[in-house]
Design a protein around this ligand. Structure first.
Ligand SMILES: [Zn+2]
Length: 373
């Protein structure tokens, strides 16, 4: 009997010890997992500082109609508040701070009465608790999303004098396309892209990041020396939508300074990181904001053939702006094949300013562009 009790006790003791060891091992494993995730996050942070990618797969032209884009996101929230909407009567002059619709009702699905442009003056007669304002524009009454109007007069959209080299021979009857490269300069892949452009006597536009320009000024200088256009992709490649007006101004000032220090003249074109430019960004930046209408997805696939396939699936490229990044070897490889292919198809490869000129698009400050078709 005594023997049986000892055996059972021993078994129980072994089971208890095993359980304790198992629990200890599990907690160690979790610690490792947490550590791995934190290392991954750190790497990601470092990567976003140096090698940054766009994440805009399919920007449609309706992004300029801001009330649709943003209100869709908040639709659910607003539908809820719409049920209890309260309007406070006012009588004041306000301005449209972007391209925006006046709608029949205070609902994103309601029909459009008219479309306003930046700077249009209107009367506000009531402010709603649901994010809408009741307005009068000429003889029209309707509702407008409150975030796109302001009591403060917005800056004027001024025409920009384009930086076009008049010595370059361009045949205006040919179809034209603009290759654009972001996030560089990069010492490994940007010179390779420049070599291809030089070989075929072609030009492109580089939207260089200020702090990369600071590290490799000679690459940015080479871009311009071979006839390419250089714009700014901001100083630190932050998403401008997340910054305050002062933070945006601080970044662009640093970008302007390093640009002038590197190239000896003033900046004229800006591409906001990720193509993101909300109304605060547009009102703050005194530049045309140049986006794209063909995304090669090079930042995602990092595959030469996929990059070329993305361009080929578009069909007619006349007037298009193609997005690529000058920081990947795969992009440089794709460019070596893509450039002669486009030339063979009869395209003229031009800079952004040349494309705007020949497509008769007046580039204005405080305005976003998604291609010149
Ligand atoms: Zn970028």
């Amino acid at each position: 009997m005594k023997k049986t009790v000892i055996i059972i006790s021993s078994i129980l003791l072994i089971m208890l010890t095993s359980f304790v060891i198992y629990i200890l091992l599990q907690s160690k494993k979790t610690d490792n997992a947490v550590e791995t995730i934190s290392i991954l996050n750190n790497n990601y942070d470092n990567e976003t500082n140096n090698e940054i990618s766009e994440d805009k797969s399919n920007q449609s032209t309706d992004v300029v109609i801001n009330d649709k884009k943003d209100n869709d996101k908040q639709n659910k929230k607003k539908n809820k508040s719409n049920k209890n909407r309260i309007y406070k009567e006012v009588n004041e002059t306000v301005y449209a701070i972007t391209t925006v619709h006046i709608r029949e009702k205070d609902d994103i699905k309601s029909s459009i009465v008219t479309t306003l442009s930046l700077g249009d003056i209107l009367k506000r007669t009531a402010v709603g608790s649901n994010g809408w304002s009741k307005v009068k524009y000429n003889n029209i009454t309707g509702y407008i999303s409150t975030q796109y109007i302001s009591k403060e007069k917005p800056p004027k959209q001024e025409k920009v004098i384009l930086n076009v080299d008049s010595n370059r021979k361009i045949d205006p009857s040919k179809p034209m396309v603009a290759l654009t490269f972001d996030d560089g300069p990069n010492p490994n892949s940007t010179p390779e892209i420049l070599k291809t452009l030089e070989k075929y006597k072609c030009v492109a536009t580089f939207f260089d990041v200020g702090k990369c320009m600071k590290s490799y000024p000679q690459i940015t200088q080479k871009e311009e020396a071979i006839g390419c256009e250089v714009g700014s992709h901001t100083y630190a490649h932050k998403n401008l939508d997340t910054l305050s007006k002062d933070e945006i101004l601080e970044d662009i000032k640093m970008a302007e300074d390093i640009y002038k220090e590197t190239l000896g003249h003033d900046l004229t074109l800006v591409r906001p990181p990720y193509g993101d430019a909300n109304s605060t960004v547009k009102l703050t930046l005194n530049y045309p904001l140049i986006n794209w209408d063909v995304d090669t997805m090079d930042w995602k696939t990092k595959d030469k053939e996929s990059i070329i396939a993305e361009v080929n699936k578009i069909g007619n490229l006349d007037g298009r702006i193609i997005l690529m990044h000058s920081i990947y070897k795969s992009t440089a490889d794709a460019v070596a094949k893509l450039v002669p292919q486009l030339l063979k198809q009869g395209y003229e490869l031009v800079t952004i300013s040349e494309l705007a000129k020949y497509k008769q698009i007046e580039l204005k400050t405080h305005t976003s562009y998604w291609g010149f078709k």
